[in-house]
Design a protein around this ligand. Structure first.
Ligand code: MN
Length: 136
């Protein structure tokens, strides 16, 4: 079981991610407002952070940088989940400090595999595969 913080402004995605993670035996906690994400992460002390990129207020890229530069959270693996899908977008996300990238609409298999890899300490090797879930 791992503690996983989800930062996502879309309620349907929050439910999907939380259900998936709980089904895999993890303990998910969701933050809807990215302005609260850093404080929530400090308090929750997650084993993994999953963040949307397109967020109002504090963008996912900004949040990734904030987490990377945080004394307590700097080493926590980060998985970005985003509708952005070009290799340039992926480069920006990785440059900000995320280890993995899964594109929306997510493939639930890919999502779960990437979570497992990050929790096991492995970086995701390549851009995610073709999506299979409905776009929300
Ligand atoms: Mn969003």
């Amino acid at each position: 079981m791992a503690k996983i913080l989800i930062v996502e402004d879309n309620a349907l995605n929050i439910k999907l991610f939380c259900d998936l993670l709980a089904a895999h035996g993890h303990q998910p906690e969701a933050v809807t407002d990215s302005r609260n994400a850093l404080d929530a992460a400090r308090e929750f002390s997650p084993d993994l952070v999953i963040t949307d990129i397109q967020l109002p207020h504090v963008s996912g890229l900004e949040l990734i940088r904030l987490i990377r530069n945080d004394e307590q959270l700097g080493q926590v693996p980060i998985m970005a989940v985003t509708a952005y899908s070009t290799s340039e977008d992926e480069e920006r996300i990785r440059a900000a400090g995320a280890q993995a990238y899964v594109s929306k609409p997510i493939s639930v298999v890919r999502f779960a595999e990437t979570v497992d890899e990050l929790l096991a300490g492995k970086d995701e090797p390549a851009l995610s595969d073709a999506p299979s879930s409905p776009r929300t």
